[in-house]
Design a protein around this ligand. Structure first.
Ligand SMILES: NC(=O)c1ccc[n+]([C@@H]2O[C@H](COP(=O)([O-])OP(=O)(O)OC[C@H]3O[C@@H](n4cnc5c(N)ncnc54)[C@H](O)[C@@H]3O)[C@@H](O)[C@H]2O)c1
Length: 341
């Protein structure tokens, strides 16, 4: 019997397939042995593409499988909290895609379930923490190169969507801030070592996708958060980037500043000049931009399970991220400044 961590994945859609490929082919000490999806084509994909034999229609069937040590949730956001609680109650370790939950009540339910399973490892999929560029920014901040941090600007811009995906995806996503900026909120909490938010204001528009009005979502929005210790952070999220995917960060301290990813990521170091223009192809989706980070994240989860590291402080930060995301949405919807207790 191998002592690999045996993993069952739930949800084999856009990101579920990406995780499943990594878990099946690119990690050490873990084994993808099962999957669950209500969609027949997705189960078939897992069998033919990855050779997974145990394929279930529902998460409940997968949770009943005693061979599975850890559950990997890549399901719609609106299911996350209930599914994490169910997986913990079934005695499994849990990885769940971001965000942890869409409301503070859901976060509290997850925290209570986690308290009852003190040995369970729980990780939320904030993979930017495993990206080399973000990790280098954190290293420079921590070694004092920037001096005292007082300003952050984060941007998460999705490439223009020509097939209407984001309009279909929006109703279960929690809206632009909780779906997209949640990564940047986690980055801000990471960079500031969990600074407490003081106040939030926000503005947003539907510039290109009027269909988002049906679920009161927007396609471009900016939020301003004042953190304790006089740290000012701005967060820009967009579904309409004409230059492909951009996930960028700018930090300003008393000694120096740094930036990463501004303007997007070129696919090559080479620029071609022709017809009075400079041609440079850009990375258009985050799977390519964060390929390495997704693999490192999967490896970190498996290592944490094997080492008995429950990652509880990260779970608390994931709750804080939802709290800030909810406040951004409230500030946007009600056009008011939201303050924190
Ligand atoms: N880390 C990132 O950068 C990143 C990127 C994209 C998506 N995500 C997150 O991943 C999650 C999934 O997003 P997606 O884009 O893959 O969505 P998707 O709609 O492509 O996939 C959802 C999957 O869940 C399955 N599913 C639906 N209902 C289910 C149920 N009741 N039980 C089990 N499976 C069910 C669907 O069949 C599908 O396989 C979301 O929470 C999203 O926020 C994270």
């Amino acid at each position: 019997m191998s002592n690999n961590v045996k993993i069952g994945i739930v949800g084999l859609g856009r990101i579920g397939k990406n995780h499943a490929r990594n878990l099946a082919r690119r990690v050490r000490g873990g084994e993808l042995i099962a999957g669950a999806s209500p969609v027949a084509a997705e189960r078939e994909w897992a069998q033919t593409e990855l050779g997974i034999q145990k394929l279930y229609h529902t998460m409940e069937e997968l949770l009943a499988d005693k061979e599975i040590d850890a559950v990997w949730l890549a399901t719609p956001t609106s299911f996350h909290a209930d599914q994490i609680v169910a997986a913990l109650e079934a005695g499994k370790h849990v990885f769940c895609e971001k965000p942890l939950a869409l409301t503070l009540e859901e976060c509290e339910r997850v925290m209570k379930a986690a308290e009852k399973q003190p040995k369970a490892t729980i990780m939320i999929g904030f993979m930017r923490r495993y990206d080399p560029a973000y990790a280098e920014a954190k290293r420079l901040l921590d070694n004092g190169s920037l001096g005292t941090l007082f300003r952050l600007h984060c941007a998460s811009l999705d490439a223009i969507d020509t097939n209407g995906f984001f309009v279909q995806f929006a109703p279960t996503s929690g809206g632009l801030f909780l779906d997209c900026s949640i990564h940047d909120i986690d980055v801000a909490l990471w960079m500031t070592n969990g600074a407490k938010p003081v106040s939030v204001s926000a503005t947003g528009i539907r510039g290109m996708y009027p269909g988002l009005a049906a679920c009161n979502d927007v396609d471009n929005a900016t939020a301003t958060v004042l953190f304790e210790n006089n740290i000012l952070a701005t967060f820009h999220a967009s579904r309409t980037s004409h230059h492909g995917d951009e996930t960028s960060l700018q930090l300003v301290g008393t000694e120096s500043s740094l930036s990463l990813g501004v303007g997007g990521t070129p696919t090559s170091e080479v620029n071609v000049q022709k017809g009075n223009a400079n041609h440079c192809d850009m990375v258009v989706d985050f799977f390519a931009r964060f390929e390495q980070a997704f693999v490192a994240e999967a490896q970190a989860f498996i290592d944490a399970v094997k080492n008995g590291d429950t990652l509880r402080s990260r779970l608390v930060e994931a709750c804080d991220a939802t709290r800030i995301g909810v406040a951004m949405r409230e500030a946007l919807e009600q056009q008011k400044i939201v303050t924190f207790d």
